[in-house]
Design a binder for this molecule. Sequence first.
Ligand code: NAD
Length: 385
Amino acid sequence: MRLAVLKERRAGETRVAATPETAKKFIGLGIDVVVESGAGLASGLPDDAYREAGAEIAADAAAALAGARIVLKVRAPLAHGEGEVDELALIPRGALLIGTLEALSNPNRAKLYAEAGIEACSMELLPRITRAQSMDVLSSQANLAGYRAVIEGATAFDKGFPMLMTAAGTIPAANVFIMGAGVAGLQAIATARRLGGRVSATDVRPAAKEEIKSLGAAFVGVEDAEMAQAQTAGGYAKEMSDDYKRRQAEVIAAAVAKADVVVCTALVQGRKAPTLLTEAMVASMKPGSVVVDIAADAGGNCALTVPGELTVTDGGVKILGWQNWPGRIPAAASSLYARNLLTFLSTFWDKDAKAPKLDPADEIVRGVTLTRDGAVVHAQLATAA
Ligand code: NAD
């Protein structure tokens, strides 16, 4: 059983889907691990580290994928016309492909995988259940994104987070406002508090309010009957009504006007991120304030965010719209992502057959499987079709 780990070729991607640590564990399961040369470099993992772990290094994607039965990726493999190498065409028929394939926002991908006879698992679709926590790539990556957002926000902010009492006078603590208190937002709250900021946060889910308070931050938001119903069965936020958004905007405008740093993390699964921070709100912020929009990959929570760019408004507010925030902390992100994939594969591993055994009746398998036996099988894609 040959397992291939490819170099990520999509723009700005710094992570890798296996580390020497996980390669060694896969080898322990009886798997031959082949890593494309340079795959780990951007995460500080040279070829030699994989060699020492027992992996084979392949010169290019074609050599890595030849005879592969399992392919590990961070992002979807490049398809025809998407880049210098048609990675998809090189994946052998019948192989199992595991990655964050972003299939719901790119439904054509699943069709391509089905046509290519690939069994594809899109890990961002993992159900958010207790049993799946250690395989949960969204959580591991969002956690790091939330941390990194605050660190970069603090660096861009030209005053400082803690109250600094010196003989020359006192610098007040920074007011930090976090929008969205899911995994990334809660880590952002904790990080901003550790740095000494005065932290408040908003969310629409009732459970999030309690979590915000338990981390020592103040809750800002609209609590009404709609908020009580704002969480889907899967734990995600629902798209809120226009009336709710209008009332929420009034409440958060006051918090934004006081904020030195705003960290935006609010997402609604499968949709464009909600616009919570309007142009007028940004105009109310003091010069030198910072907006960090880690929702930029989904369009951003701030109306002025330019995905992938740092912008400075006429009023002197910096807006950090970088994309792929986990990729801005690549060694840690790769380490956790790789462990998530290792846990997934070893959970669904048939020791006797020394092969993956993905039971379609299993809730986790059903949640992530896009294609099987040449057909698109995922419920959400079948509905969308
Ligand atoms: P997410 O990334 O989808 O969204 C981030 C946050 O934005 C969420 O808290 C959401 O409520 C909030 N949001 C959406 N619209 C908003 C708006 N208009 N205003 C303010 N905030 C808004 O969320 P996530 O971090 O992926 O977490 C989703 C859910 O999954 C949560 O309920 C979380 O507790 C749960 N979860 C469960 C597990 C598990 O049990 N295995 C693991 C991780 C997360």
